[in-house]
Ligand binder design. Structure first.
Ligand code: DC
Length: 226
């Protein structure tokens, strides 16, 4: 890439809108680092559940977020992961996709103290550059100076269908209606929280993945990068 290439690319949007798929392909095409910031909120949620903590106790969960030795490293296994997610020396990559983490992560992500602790770490990593960062508030809060900001949207029904297919593909059983209900609930919590609510940055390019294939979305964003 030339020196005029974007250094920081922010991709935000609701759960299962295709942000990670887009971010991974984009990073691979550009030779950039891919960083899905949702894993950090998931990791704190997973640890809090492990320690049987009260997820609604902001002070306790904030302390956990500040003290946890979380690390996001390049993937060492080819099992579909984008990164290795470590808590100390334990690989917790797949634990973060468990149903009880999915069901509770919005509560943890709504705590201002947790967001301050994790956003600061994310910002530090992002400022190293040549990075595609995916989340809910990358373009608005974590890296407002990002060179390219994409807000990837899709209807709740389409997103529930994708999550359903992912679970079935892993050989597990799934209930579409329940997944849809959970997605709507998470959207509501993520977009109405007091701190860094889910919303497009004013200068974001908004794309609707209901109407575009994965390839079309990628081609469009690569065009923006030129
Ligand atoms: O993208 P995901 O489903 O892994 O995100 C998990 C949760 O973390 C979700 O409730 C939104 C929240 N999140 C956030 O608030 N800010 C981010 N930058 C990334 C994720």
């Amino acid at each position: 890439m030339t020196s005029s290439s974007p250094n920081i690319i922010a991709i935000d949007g609701p759960a299962a809108s295709g942000k990670s798929t887009l971010g991974r392909s984009l990073a691979q095409t550009l030779g950039y680092i891919f960083f899905d910031t949702g894993v950090m909120y998931r990791a704190v949620t997973y640890l809090a559940l492990q320690f049987d903590m009260d997820l609604r106790d902001e002070a306790v969960i904030t302390k956990l977020a500040q003290d946890s030795k979380l690390d996001v490293r390049p993937a060492t296994k080819e099992d579909g992961r984008a990164n290795d997610i470590m808590a100390g020396d334990k690989d917790i990559t797949w634990e973060l996709r468990q149903g009880n983490v999915d069901a509770n992560v919005s509560i943890v992500a709504a705590h201002a103290g947790v967001r301050t602790a994790l956003s600061a770490q994310q910002r530090k990593i992002g400022l190293r550059g040549k990075i595609v960062m995916v989340g809910r508030d990358i373009g608005t809060v974590v890296l407002p100076e990002a060179d390219i900001k994409v807000y990837l949207d899709a209807s709740a029904e389409e997103r529930a269908k994708r999550r359903y297919n992912e679970v079935i593909a892993r050989g597990e059983t799934a209930d579409y209606e329940k997944i849809l209900e959970k997605i709507i609930e998470r959207d509501h919590i993520d977009s109405t929280r007091a701190v860094a609510p889910l919303k497009p940055a004013e200068d974001a390019v908004i794309l609707d993945s209901d109407k575009m294939s994965v390839e079309e979305v990628l081609a469009h964003v690569l065009e923006l990068c030129k």
